[in-house]
Design a protein around this ligand. Structure first.
Ligand code: NAP
Length: 243
């Protein structure tokens, strides 16, 4: 059986760095993305340049029918490949003060992070439980731990995933499957592009934004076979900004 890793939102930023880290460890990489095919192809090319292999799986994590059709369909067809590691990384932000927040801003952000976690994990879980082996790592956020003004939608979505991480860890620990979360602070990606790094980094004890590879390192640690006694935790990767 070829051990595979599914990374949602693997086309760019933190997700791409996770794909490359897991490729360097020899896994077969399933690169999920929503719409940016060129970026997803670039991730796959970089995976192959590392001597590993993988494929693209396009679906929108917030649409349960798409998740079922594409991911469920892929799982059903496989004879050789199993998803040993699931990284729920896909996420968006759409910041505004709650007073001005529109329904779609609330729904899109919550449905992508929290809905996406539910629909994708549900699809993958059965196989892990039957094999009595698996790792689930959810990429959450500092905002989900401490709350961030202008991000009630995003903070609620990520806090929701943290609660679900802890609950699911308790449900399935006895079946050899662990569920953990990684909570990045400010990481240099498209998502943080418009932010004033010069000003913000003065608040961060290590005095800089983090790199996607530093988050990928934490994900790989929690996803490793040796981390079987760690479940239900939230590991912060934030330069000491908040504990
Ligand atoms: P990014 O550079 O904006 O990339 C977002 C990724 O998610 C892309 O691959 C995108 O696919 C995918 N995506 C978005 N909506 C999706 C959907 N509905 N279905 C499937 N894929 C979807 O973001 P990032 O900074 O790498 O963030 C990755 C994760 O880390 C997110 O969950 C984010 O909330 C979290 N995080 C980031 C930071 C930070 O400072 N950057 C801090 C804390 C937490 P396409 O390329 O197809 O659009």
């Amino acid at each position: 059986m070829t051990k595979s890793v599914l990374v949602t939102g693997g086309s760019r930023g933190i997700g791409r760095a996770i794909c490359l880290k897991m490729a360097s460890l020899g896994y077969y990489i399933l690169v999920n993305y929503k719409g940016n095919e060129a970026a997803a192809q670039e991730t796959l090319a970089q995976v192959r340049a590392l001597g590993a292999d993988g494929e693209l799986l396009q679906f929108d994590v917030q649409h349960k029918e798409q998740v079922k059709a594409v991911l469920g369909g892929w799982i059903e067809q496989q004879k050789e490949k199993v998803i040993e590691i699931l990284v729920n990384n896909a996420g968006i932000k759409d910041d505004t003060l709650m007073l001005w927040m529109k329904d779609e801003q609330w729904e899109n952000v919550v449905d992508t992070s929290l809905g996406g976690f539910f629909y994708v994990t549900r699809e993958v879980l059965n196989g892990m439980l039957l094999r009595k082996s698996g790792r689930i790592v959810n990429v959450v956020s500092l905002s989900g731990l401490k709350g961030m003004a202008g991000q009630t939608n995003y903070s609620a979505a990520k806090a929701g995933v943290i609660g679900a991480t802890k609950a699911l860890a308790q449900e399935i620990g006895k079946r050899g499957v662990t569920v953990n979360a990684v909570a990045p602070g400010f990481i240099q990606t498209d998502m943080t592009e418009g932010l004033n790094e010069k000003e913000l980094k003065t608040m961060i004890p290590v005095q800089r934004f983090g790199q996607p590879e530093e988050v990928a390192h934490a994900v790989a640690f929690l996803a490793s076979p040796e981390s079987g006694y760690i479940t239900g935790v939230v590991l912060s990767v934030n330069g000491g900004l908040y504990t």
